[in-house]
Design a binder for this molecule. Structure first.
Ligand code: ZN
Length: 352
């Protein structure tokens, strides 16, 4: 009797299991219905309208060796599909989108960065898919977002890490993937992959830049959905939402005050206004002159930062300022320079 019951339960259980269909993914509620999707895009357009965003689908053209083990999924092609859908969503929200490629062509890494620079875009979003380095590993699968360098280093821009967090959260959520075991929030320094160097496009980018590795094309589960067009749209939707939410909180601005610039007794003095609607978190403000951390004066009433630096010899002196608002959002990279001309009297200019 018990034996019959056990078999009956087993049959019901197993038939229930076989009802799970692949490819498996969920459709986000704010994406599924056309009207809800349009409403969501409209909501985000307030923050994305007029923003210039550079989207970089990794690889392509002659660079197409990254593929799934059965050869059916070509990373370059998946990257491009996701990137083109991302472009579509961003443009629907009123953003200006530039791309390193819109078809299956070869674009060298250097050219990708040059293209981004020439467009004066505000963000650089590079889209990739990952692979396990072990040939018998069909298990590993996670979503990861990379930023350049490590906190505390001169090469590190905190705004990149901030942007990575926003995109990672929404992309991994819509894909239903974890962020991997090497990080608590799924964001990683690119030094994890190439110590001391990082990814070329992140190292060379002058604007906030991140690189997403959406999922692993070596995973036996991920390969079941990466060639599914609907799933690629959902991936793009996750990145789109991350970018939109990044812009929803204000970004602190740094403005040079030209009337404050002086050079007396070989000492340069200059002031900068830091502004943000949430207020400036002074503990996160950092000034570098000649790549060295420097002390500064701060007028908390007017949010004016003043630096004084003794100069010798003459020439170009790099100035870098980092600040953050009280919501933890960091300023965009701010790299300028003092140009000091020596004559009878020293003259100083402030320049990009
Ligand atoms: Zn790649």
């Amino acid at each position: 009797m018990y034996k019959v019951l056990f078999i009956a339960i087993a049959v019901i259980y197993l038939s229930g299991c076989s009802a799970v269909e692949f490819p498996f993914y969920e459709t986000p509620p704010d994406w599924k219905e056309d009207t809800v999707r349009s409403k969501t895009i409209k909501k985000y357009s307030e923050f994305l309208k007029g923003r210039k965003i550079f989207v970089d689908p990794g690889h392509g053209g002659e660079d197409r060796k990254n593929k799934s083990r059965d050869g059916k999924i070509i990373e370059a092609e998946v990257n491009l599909r996701v990137a083109l859908y991302l472009k579509e969503y961003l443009e629907m929200a009123g953003a200006e989108v530039y791309m390193s490629r819109t078809s299956d062509i070869t674009v060298p890494l250097q050219k990708r960065v040059e293209l981004a620079d020439s467009t004066q875009a505000e963000l650089f979003i590079s889209i990739h898919h990952n692979a396990s380095s072990s040939s018998d590993d069909n298990y590993t699968n996670y979503t990861s977002t990379f930023y350049h360098a490590l906190p505390g280093q001169y090469e590190y821009e905190p705004c990149n890490n901030g942007l990575a967090k926003y995109i990672q959260r929404d992309l991994s959520y819509v894909m239903g993937n974890p962020g991997g075991l090497g990080s608590f929030d799924g964001t990683y320094s690119d030094y994890v992959i190439y110590p001391g160097e990082g990814f070329y496009v992140l190292r060379k980018s002058k604007i906030p830049a991140i690189l997403v590795e959406c999922g692993f094309h070596t995973s036996r589960l991920e390969i079941l959905r990466l060639n599914d067009d609907t799933f690629n749209k959902i991936q793009a939707w996750g990145i789109f939402r991350g970018i939109a939410k990044y812009f929803m909180t204000s970004i602190p601005q740094i403005t040079f005050l030209p009337e404050t610039l002086s050079c007396v007794n070989d000492t340069i003095e200059a002031s900068f206004k830091l502004s943000d609607k949430y207020g400036i978190d002074l503990t996160k403000t950092v000034v570098y002159i000649n790549k060295m951390k420097k002390k500064f004066d701060y007028d908390t009433l007017n949010n004016v930062l003043t630096i004084k630096e003794r100069i010798e010899p003459c020439g170009e002196i790099p100035v870098r300022i980092i600040c953050a608002n009280k919501k933890g959002k960091h300023s965009f990279p701010y790299h300028k320079k003092f140009v000091v001309y020596c004559g009878e009297k020293k003259h100083v200019f402030f320049s990009d």
